[in-house]
Design a protein around this ligand. Structure first.
Ligand code: ZN
Ligand code: ZN
Length: 372
């Protein structure tokens, strides 16, 4: 089969920046040395690029998980050009196709089914059919966004201005232009590229699948550190409209913390979250599926299967009771006309249902652990 033609601009860009980062940066570090100014500037620029992609390109524009003040959108648009990952419109068009046709080797632009190299960087090195020049029909909403379209039209000069201009300016301030160009310029760009690329490659290969096994996306706490929280990719692929990726308080998701903090400052609003009930149901369903697969191999399979089904049904029923009452409680809190005695009764029932659910959850957890 004839190979797809090479995209020389991308090949040269990735090769030259990688060579500078792998040879130029260590050579400079050994012969001249980097100071604190270069190190701090590089970390800040890296964070700015990364967050512009995760909070801006990904969670705001590609998935519309919240709304952002124009000021923030301008910052994302400039940071996205600085990160050199194509315009937000192009990036989002590709990403929406990725979600729609995830793992489909012919349609998903960076399908993990085609291997690590392809999904990491290979898909950008050749003009594979369907990958380059996507039509923007799946981004009609973004085509109405003036900031997105301004960035799209001015993308080329914006990338040059940011990638040379920002490090140059920082170098002028610190008094070390070459050092700053190498660190906050090239090294930052290469690291920023690969940290994002890991989401398409490793986050579809390495990690756990607590919510769904219908696609290759994985949850991975280690990757979350490098990707500003995007490592919780299994959750993201099943609940893409949620502004969070790491939903537990201890999960490292600085993008979520940033969006939430910005909402207190009035810079973001309408942060979308998936109902807790749906998340709990998805998790229990996966546990049931795994437990059934294990139990089927046991000699007393029929008996265990029956027990599993029974306990699962009970868990679902408890969940429904609890979440329904919780919803009513929230509504009643808004309704000031509710009589006091009714409220007390309600609260009592609520805590009872909560206790029932917690007991059944513990019971269920013990059961699925015992059979696995
Ligand atoms: Zn996504
Ligand atoms: Zn993905």
């Amino acid at each position: 089969m004839k190979q797809a033609p090479i995209i020389w601009t991308n090949v040269l860009l990735f090769s030259i920046t990688t060579l500078f980062a792998a040879i130029g940066v260590p050579w400079y570090a050994m012969t001249v040395g980097f100071g604190w100014a270069e190190i701090i500037a590089t970390i800040i620029c890296l964070g700015y690029c990364g967050m512009s992609i995760t909070a801006g390109y990904h969670r705001l524009w590609a998935h519309k998980t919240y709304e952002a003040h124009p000021l923030l959108q301008w910052l994302y648009a400039i940071g996205g050009a600085f990160a050199l990952q194509n315009s937000a419109l192009h990036w989002s068009a590709d990403h929406r196709v990725h979600h729609r046709h995830v793992d489909n080797n012919d349609k998903d632009p960076y399908s993990a089914g085609r291997g690590f190299w392809y999904s990491h960087i290979g898909w950008m090195l050749r003009d594979y059919p369907g990958v380059e020049k996507p039509d923007y029909n799946n981004c009609r909403d973004l085509q109405k966004n003036q900031i997105v379209m301004w960035q799209h039209r001015n993308y080329l000069w914006l990338t040059i201005a940011t990638n040379f201009g920002i490090p140059l300016l920082l170098g002028l301030i610190s008094g070390n232009i070459i050092g700053m160009l190498l660190s906050a310029g090239v090294l930052r760009l290469v690291l920023s590229h690969h940290f994002t690329f890991f989401i398409n490659s490793l986050a579809h290969i390495w990690g756990s699948q607590p919510y769904t096994d219908q696609n290759s996306a994985r949850d991975n706490g280690v990757l979350a550190f490098l990707t500003y929280g995007e490592g919780y990719h299994n959750f993201h692929h099943i609940f893409e409209s949620d502004y969070r990726n790491g939903i537990k308080w201890y999960q490292f998701d600085p993008t979520k913390w940033f969006i939430k903090t910005a909402s207190w400052l009035g810079l973001t609003r309408n942060l979308r979250v998936v109902p807790e009930e749906r998340i709990a149901q998805a998790k229990a369903k996966m546990q049931l599926q795994r437990a059934i697969a294990k139990v089927k191999l046991r000699p007393n399979a029929d008996q265990l299967l029956q027990l599993l089904e029974q306990e699962y049904e009970l868990l679902m029923a408890r969940m429904q009771d609890y979440y329904q009452l919780k919803k009513q409680l929230l509504l009643q809190r808004k309704d000031k006309l509710v009589a006091q005695y009714q409220a007390v009764d309600f609260k009592q029932r609520y805590s009872e249902f909560k206790q029932h659910l917690q007991q059944q959850q513990q019971h269920w957890q013990r059961l699925v652990t015992a059979v696995s």
